[in-house]
Design a protein around this ligand. Structure first.
Ligand code: KG4
Ligand code: ZN
Length: 334
């Protein structure tokens, strides 16, 4: 079979990215432009600023990815783009750019769900084996997905409120740490001990998550201690919070693997960078004889390479969109 080159675009949040991916697994060239330094000033992503910045750089990012690949548009087989979910204004910039390229160069347009991208980032390292459970943990998502075969997604659980990365960022703010707070809370937690009594959130038999109660418990605990004139031990609060998060995530993930008879676990999304989560999953998977795969860190955070990796399978399966493709802020992976 001929090689397939996908030009992929991702702009669902605060990264503008374009990538050329060969056969769904080879990163020919990738450009990722992060807006993090601007959003840092506001303590989080400001949607209006994000979409304006995507508009300013999208053309340059696409041109640079093509230039770095040493290919031309005539070598490209299809255009893949993240169409959902995410910030609507941000998504629209990528979708409009992709539709324009598809129209001008007469290429198939492939709509890719952002979560499918995070999952398929794993194929950039090693081909995924089925059946599997995918744990997707990022600033915008917390999902457990069962996959019987390629491009066959069954979301078995998701967050009912905040995403796990989001709650890390909010707790970081309570601890006066700068955005994005996840890595800082992670680092702080490793210096502390689990001494604070915090609840294990949504400890039930479902695969859903809920982190807003835990977030409120952290805020209330801090206020109460301050009212009593006690100094909070930040390291210990970070460690107590992190332990509860990791415990509930690993518990539900291991349970899903058992119930769905899967020997393969893949982890994706920015929170996959969490050292404690990686270590705990490694230990549990070894014990249960489950094969654990986590993509390289550069493919865990938002990038277009993962969209090209997923887009390849969507292309092969004939999931083509018309030029009336619209961006969707909320859409469940199916
Ligand atoms: O996947 P990503 O780059 O963007 C989204 O799609 O949201 O994930 C970013 C999120 C942020 O909330 C960040 O705080 C969190 O991932 N994060 C972490 C760690 N590294 C990044 N959370 C916990 N521990 C970490 N080490
Ligand atoms: Zn993401």
């Amino acid at each position: 079979m001929n090689d397939v080159y996908i030009l992929a675009i991702e702009s669902s949040c605060d990264e503008t990215s374009c990538s050329i991916v060969k056969n769904g697994c080879e990163d020919i060239s990738t450009v990722v432009l992060s807006q993090i330094d601007i959003h840092k000033l506001y303590g989080g992503v400001v949607p209006e600023i994000a979409s304006r910045m995507h508009i300013e750089v999208i053309t340059k990012v696409i041109e640079e990815a093509l230039f770095k690949s040493a290919l031309t548009m005539s070598d490209i087989d299809a255009i893949a783009v993240t169409y959902a979910p995410g910030l609507l204004g941000s998504l629209l910039v990528g979708v409009t750019a992709a539709k324009t390229l598809a129209y001008v160069y007469n290429k198939p347009l492939i709509p890719v769900h952002h979560i499918a991208g995070h999952i398929y980032a794993n194929n950039l390292v090693e081909t995924m084996e089925f059946p599997l459970i995918a744990l997707v943990v990022s600033g915008g998502h917390t999902e457990l997905v069962y996959m019987k075969s390629d491009y066959d997604f069954k979301v078995i659980g998701s967050t009912l409120d905040d995403a796990v990365g989001e709650v890390y960022d909010k707790v970081a703010r309570v601890l006066a740490l700068p955005y994005p707070g996840g890595p800082k809370v992670d680092a702080l937690a490793r210096l502390g001990e689990d001494t604070y009594a915090l609840p294990l959130p949504l400890d039930d038999s479902s695969y859903n998550f809920s982190f807003s109660g835990l977030k409120s418990a952290v805020i209330n605990l801090k206020h109460k201690e301050e009212q009593r004139g006690n100094e909070i031990i930040k390291e210990n609060l970070a460690a107590s919070f992190q332990n509860r998060v990791i415990e509930i995530i690993t518990k539900k993930t291991m349970h899903a693997l058992k119930e769905y008879h899967c020997q393969n676990l893949i982890v994706a999304g920015g929170v996959a960078a969490n050292r404690e989560l990686r270590e705990k999953l490694k230990e549990l998977c070894l014990k249960e004889r489950v094969t654990l795969k986590i993509p390289d860190l550069k493919y865990c955070t938002d990038n277009a390479t993962m969209i090209g990796a997923a887009g390849y399978y969507a292309y092969k399966m004939g999931y083509h969109a018309d030029l009336d493709l619209n961006a969707k802020a909320n859409e469940v992976l199916k």
